[in-house]
Design a protein around this ligand. Structure first.
Ligand code: SF4
Length: 508
């Protein structure tokens, strides 16, 4: 039965995870062209562009969070969907073994990672029959950081800075702008939004995510929705949330709206936010063999057009000469000299730690000495050759999840630098000031770029939490990140949120 089907699905997963489609590349190229290279936004976008090219050339994951694999499959009448679903599951496990996907499927009760991206609800596979004589498979890999910024509104409602949103297209427009503003840099902006007007709470979110299968360039066939899409794109990019929430001219690269009928009593607006690492591709398969006949969203035989020239790639991060070099152990004096907006080049020892490590540290002493050290919110993709570990993708994860305990951990164990993405809240800001520490914002999703800043893996602790959640002991060199929360009570995230909130009032 369909002898090439399995290999075709593995190829689809591998390419989706490692090579952004042309429409997303083009949108990110335009974003890069609109920023001065040496600004915060320009530096972040340059790192992103390098990362996109590096991922494609080494066939490594664009972002270490390879997301929830979501397949939309259309099949001719008469084909066995039970068999196909099993093959898709096996292809997901194989792509995980090949490190194209990070093990991302976790038991929701015990927290145990299945290790192969299989489990109840993972992967998501939707089937539909159609009259065509080919099989079509579309895949989207949407990570946790941007998934957490999804939003659902029940109209009418009152929105910060925008006032009342009624049951009208104008109300819909306000909800979308509000969601983009709320996301700030947490979903690794610039992002794209898929929107559903109507449906119920469940179908609304599904339909919103389905909108992300439209290309960024297509025009909505419904002129009423096309007009809202256009106005949201214009207004959202005046908010100056910017890449990574650093401020800048591009906050949104796409807005795609669909509509479902609703109950008279309900009016939901559901918003699926996807990050710049907008990984979606598709294939059409021969229904007799399962071989790939053609690719969707791209020409499968033509290599992707690079984001940067070889000279730009060789030049690396645009330097201003004001970058500050730091290596652990870091002193109180060094930390107090840093201020918001400084770009730091880290070298030496860095320890990773995300949710499981933070929960562990609240009840147990750390397995390593963290005094003067760097705690990196990161769940890398890791492979092992013999006894040697290799990090193949290592961008930052969303830091705000650690807000409840971060200040305690900094104080108890003498951590000097917390690094992640999206920023943290008031409690951590106060903790940084009290203990003499800073928060560094690395560029979210830049997993290949940062993997190349890691000289070696010196060890690992807490492996019982699985590879993404373990504490990796990394030795890094010239690892760039920006001080966005300093030891003097300043937060770039707070400033940008307030400033963009004022701009939101201007477009209400
Ligand atoms: S780019 Fe950011 S939001 Fe997107 S999957 Fe990666 S870490 Fe998550």
């Amino acid at each position: 039965m369909l002898p090439a089907f399995f290999d075709s699905v593995v190829s689809l997963i591998a390419r989706t995870s490692t090579d952004l489609p042309p429409d997303v590349r083009k949108a990110m190229g335009l974003a890069l062209d609109t920023e001065e290279r040496e600004t915060r936004a320009g530096q972040a976008l340059t790192i992103i562009a390098q990362n996109i090219d590096q991922a494609a050339s080494c066939e490594g994951p664009i972002c270490q969070d390879t997301g929830m694999p979501t397949f939309e499959v259309k099949v001719p009448v008469g084909l066995n969907q039970i068999w196909m679903k099993q093959q898709i599951r096996e292809a997901v496990a194989e792509a995980t073994r090949r490190a194209k996907l990070r093990p991302n499927s976790v038991d929701s009760i015990t927290g145990e990672n299945s290790g192969d991206n299989l489990g109840p609800g993972t992967p998501i596979v939707h089937f539909e029959q159609w009259e065509d004589d080919e099989i079509e498979i579309k895949l989207i890999l949407k990570g946790g950081g941007c998934e957490n910024t999804n939003a659902q509104y029940s109209l009418p409602t009152d929105l910060d800075h925008l006032g009342r949103a009624d049951r009208s297209l104008e109300g819909v427009r306000k909800c979308i702008l509000h969601a983009v503003w709320k996301a700030q840099g947490k979903g690794c902006s610039p992002g794209a939004v898929g929107v559903c007007v109507g449906g119920d709470r469940t179908s609304g979110y599904v339909h919103a995510k389905e909108q992300l299968f439209r290309t960024l360039e297509d025009v909505n066939p419904d002129p009423r929705l096309a007009q809202i899409e256009e106005s949201v794109m214009r207004d959202a990019n005046q908010l100056t949330v910017g890449p990574m929430g650093f401020g800048g001219k591009t906050s949104l690269i796409g807005c795609k709206i669909g509509a479902l009928n609703r109950l008279p009593a309900s009016f939901f607006v559901s918003i699926a936010y996807d990050c710049w690492a907008f990984r979606r591709l598709g294939v059409r398969l021969d229904a007799g063999s399962g071989a790939i006949n053609s690719w969707l969203y791209r020409d499968g035989d033509t290599p992707s057009v690079p984001m940067l020239t070889p000279e730009q790639m060789a030049a690396g991060l645009p330097r201003t000469g004001r970058e500050i070099r730091l290596s652990a152990p870091i002193s109180d004096e060094q930390i107090r000299a840093l201020k918001v907006g400084d770009v730091v080049l880290l070298s030496g020892r860095v320890f990773t730690g995300r949710d499981a490590v933070h929960a562990h540290l609240m009840k147990n002493d750390p397995p390593v000495d963290l005094r003067g050290g760097v705690l990196y919110h990161c769940g890398p993709v890791v492979t092992k050759e013999g006894d040697t570990w290799h990090i193949t993708a290592a961008g930052p994860t969303t830091s705000i999840r650690e807000e409840p305990c971060q200040a305690d951990i900094i104080r108890r164990y003498g951590v000097r630098v917390v690094m992640g993405k999206g920023g943290m809240g008031a409690r951590t800001l106060a903790g940084l000031k009290e203990s003499g520490a800073v928060y560094l914002n690395a560029v979210g999703g830049a997993a290949q770029f940062y993997a190349r800043c890691i000289d070696r893996v010196d060890g690992v602790s807490l492996m019982q939490f699985g590879t993404p959640e373990a504490m990796w002991h990394l030795n890094v060199r010239d690892f760039p990140a920006m001080v966005t929360m300093d030891a003097h009570g300043n937060s770039l995230h707070k400033d940008i949120e307030e400033a963009s909130g004022e701009r939101l009032e201007a477009v209400r």
